[in-house]
Design a protein around this ligand. Structure first.
Ligand code: MLC
Ligand code: AMP
Length: 517
């Protein structure tokens, strides 16, 4: 019996090798270490538990828990049990989670024990069984913290558990990505999508079992879960697993690592810290950046300080990674490199779909084994975003040079990327427009020194005035913190063109200096 993703990632794992450890008095948790043997054992026990709890092949397992090694085990367990892993941002409010779980109707929803009371009605409404997953070690070493019901339901042995069979085209994960219409869409990723990307990246970036990755990204998105984790597993390497980005912990962990993956904010924060020197980076063989554009200036500063050039690559929730600058060869600053082996990337005229000439700006489109099969329950949306010949329309605009390197120059979608998180203004505008006293709103991004882009909102009151403090409070209940505008401006009217369309470029120009210190 084969389980495509599991077999490819862990089929030949050397049980003795250390996979990950989570350091850190700073995180109020004892040093803990996992070998590949532990990973095989714990993920099998979790998988057996999921089957006992009623998970059947193809069932979704929705998970909103803090980052931990055990959360990775839950991902592997879901795959082994034949399920579909559905990770959710820990910042999402109960209102946001309700949309995802009613849309995806998972068999199981796993949440943090501290959120059990607010999540129970959400699970009930979606017909999902609720489990809670807290601090694993609380069970084992008596530390403070609620371990939750998931560990309690897990048997002490994995005896007799066999992976459920799953083929390359079966679903392995659904990742929700916000949409231009304001409704989030669940990108359906198959076993083959994930395996092909992990194989290609591990080889291209020359990952081996000698590598130790500094992992400080969240594990509910493509970057931290599939790129960072799957590539490490594929290579049989190790990870230092930090719950988030804190400069002290990054600097303390760097000497022990060989590679790091991060969003541009990681790099600007490291560069802003005097303790980050050429020495801190001298032993590192690879720094990768992606999820948002890295400024040329940041690239140059990093290289001037460390003598190393960050390798920038380009991906999406729907497609995993599409392009990458080379490991060996010319890493061109300001570009995201050429298409990955096995993946086609083309630049076309958005209207006609005709291929454009070298250097011309057009729609970036992608085809290959990395590209998802469609949006969950949204066949029309899926059809709109694919060409008849199978190319996926990314919504990004770019050029291709004579060597096939892609430069992203903008987006045809109304999207703000803040600290590597995608925010679709439409979703925030819908929330603002529903508030009493608001006639209409426009949400937009402007340059932000830490997050790349920072979110701002302009609102037009329905009766002359509106209390922006109340608006902020209302958003606090409905939207994750990172989606809330950092400031709200009251305007008499929104700037519009002759067609009546809101001119966000005018708002961006007017408020472009908002975050400049
Ligand atoms: C936190 N805040 C943010 C924010 N992150 N606001 C806007 N954008 C963000 N990204 C809020 C906090 O809630 C807080 O609010 C205030 O801003 C300051 O927070 P902080 O303590 O400075 O933030 P921190 O916890 O350090 O997080 C920043 C970060 C994090 C950049 C480390 O956002 C992060 O890990 N981003 C990575 C996202 C990611 O993995 N993207 C990959 C997507 S996959 P207040 O007001 O309460 O103080 C993808 C495909 C691909 O895109 O190509 O990879
Ligand atoms: P997400 O939907 O969260 O997966 O975000 C995908 C989007 O992130 C892409 O469509 C791009 O707009 C953006 N992105 C990812 N990597 C890069 C990069 N290296 N440079 C610029 N934009 C990027």
């Amino acid at each position: 019996m084969t389980n495509h993703l599991f077999d490819q990632l862990l089929g030949e794992a050397n049980a003795e090798v250390r996979l990950a450890f989570m350091p850190g008095a700073a995180w109020n948790s004892k040093d803990r270490s996992y070998s590949y043997g532990d990973a095989l054992d714990v993920s099998a026990r979790f998988a057996a538990m999921l089957v006992e709890q009623g998970v059947r092949p193809g069932d979704r397992v929705a998970v909103q828990v803090e980052k931990s090694i055990e959360a990775v085990m839950l991902y592997l367990a879901t795959v082994r049990a034949g399920g579909v892993f559905l990770p959710l941002n820990t910042a999402y409010t109960a209102a946001e989670i309700e949309y995802f779980v009613t849309d995806a109707s998972p068999a199981i929803l796993v949440c943090d024990p501290r959120r059990e009371a607010e999540m129970q009605p959400v699970a009930d409404k979606a017909g999902a069984r609720l489990l809670t997953m807290g601090v694993w070690a609380a069970e084992h070493d008596g530390r403070d913290g609620d371990a939750g019901t998931l560990f309690a339901a897990t048997s002490k042995t994995a005896d007799g558990f066999e992976n459920l069979p799953r083929g390359p085209d079966d679903l392995a994960a659904i990742l929700y990505t916000s949409g231009t219409t304001g409704r989030s869409k669940g990108a359906m990723l198959s076993h083959a999508n994930l395996v092909s990307n992990a194989e290609v990246l591990a080889e291209l970036w020359q990952f081996t079992s000698d590598d130790k990755l500094l992992h400080a990204l969240p594990i509910f998105h493509t970057h931290g879960l599939f790129v960072a984790t799957n590539v490490t597993l594929k290579a049989g390497g190790s990870m230092v697993f930090l719950p988030g980005f804190k400069p002290d912990d990054m600097l303390a962990s760097l000497p022990d690592c060989t590679a790091m993956m991060g969003v541009p904010t990681f790099y600007t924060r490291l560069l802003a810290d005097d303790r980050f020197t050429a020495d801190s980076a001298s032993h590192m063989r690879l720094f990768v950046s992606g999820s948002a554009p890295m400024l040329v200036e940041t690239h140059q500063q990093f290289e001037a300080l460390t003598g190393k050039r960050v390798l920038e690559r380009y991906g999406m929730t729907e497609t995993n990674m599409n392009t990458s600058n080379p490991f060996d060869g010319d890493r061109k600053i300001g570009t995201v490199g050429p298409a990955l082996p096995g993946t086609e990337v083309r630049i076309v005229d958005a209207g006609s779909g005709e291929k454009l000439k070298t250097g011309e700006v057009g729609s970036i489109e992608i085809r290959g084994p990395n590209v998802f099969s469609g949006y969950w329950n949204m066949p029309e949306k899926t059809a709109e975003e694919f060409r008849d010949n199978g190319f996926f329309i990314s919504g990004d605009l770019g050029t291709m040079d004579e060597d096939g390197y892609i430069t992203i120059v903008g987006r045809s979608k109304d999207l703000v990327i803040s600290g590597g998180y995608n925010i679709y203004p439409k979703e925030i505008e819908s929330v603002l427009d529903d508030e009493p006293g608001v006639l209409e709103s426009a949400v937009f991004g402007v340059p932000h020194p830490d997050f790349g882009e920072g979110l701002l909102a302009a609102v037009v009151p329905s009766n002359g005035e509106v209390d922006t403090t109340n608006l902020m409070a209302a958003m606090g209940e409905k939207l994750a913190r990172f989606k809330q505008p950092k400031a709200i401006f009251v305007m008499e009217a929104l700037p519009r063109n002759t067609m009546g369309k809101v001119q966000k470029n005018v708002l961006r120009n007017t408020h472009g200096d908002h975050f400049k210190s």
